[in-house]
Write a protein that binds this ligand. Structure first.
Ligand code: 5GP
Length: 193
């Protein structure tokens, strides 16, 4: 009997939401809680923060290097976020998905919209803060941004949150452990389909 060939391609999960909402922590948790899930390291022209290493948190590029890659079509999506360029490398994603691994992206809402358009079968997850006050508190506690940048990010957050309803899933990041468990369940639910 000839059984039907099962598609062994991986699935693309996109984690988006305002800056400071805790996407980074949720992403790290998901990667350690879910097997066969890989993260794609983005490129950025932003300067590394203290402790950040090239090729670990990001591939840190100059404007010229970034533009060169963009012109060559190396990015699956790219966007200007808070004045800096950020982009996802196409080759990395394609290779992982082809080899059957699920891929997790942590990007901004502009990038998520591009992915929705390019790869409509990907799963878009929006991370929502409990409130704007809570978001402001987190951004201030992080102490990585200047006052000007904090205000810029909060202004952006209000607009970004209006897009939450376009997503397949919304995860409220009220308590990190609960939110991270919800994210894990969402990812796992696609494995059994
Ligand atoms: P941060 O500078 O705080 O690391 O990131 C700023 C914002 O850029 C965050 O919302 C983050 O999710 C987003 N970001 C990180 N990498 C990418 C990427 O490759 N593409 C897009 N569109 N956004 C990204």
């Amino acid at each position: 009997m000839v059984s039907e060939q099962k598609h062994n391609k991986g699935k693309l999960f996109v984690l988006a939401g305002p800056s400071g909402v805790g996407k980074g922590t949720l992403r790290t948790q998901a990667l350690s809680n879910v097997e066969n899930l890989v993260y794609s390291i983005s490129c950025t022209t932003r300067k590394p923060r203290e402790g950040e290493r090239d090729g670990v948190e990001y591939h840190f590029l100059t404007e010229e290097e970034f533009e060169e890659k963009a012109a060559k079509g190396s990015f699956l999506e790219h966007a200007v976020v808070h004045g800096d360029h950020y982009g996802t490398l196409r080759e990395d994603i394609v290779r992982e998905l082809e080899s059957g691994r699920d891929v997790l992206l942590e990007i901004d809402v502009q990038g998520a919209r591009q992915i929705r358009f390019l790869l409509p079968e990907s799963v878009l997850i929006f991370v929502l803060p409990p409130s704007l006050d809570a978001l402001e508190e987190r951004l201030r506690k992080r102490k990585t941004e200047t006052e000007e940048k904090i205000l810029l990010r909060l202004e952006g957050a209000k607009k970004e949150m209006e897009q939450a309803r376009e997503y397949d899933h919304i995860v409220l990041n009220d308590v990190m452990e609960r939110a991270s468990e919800e994210l894990r369940r969402i990812i796992m639910s696609y494995r059994n389909r």
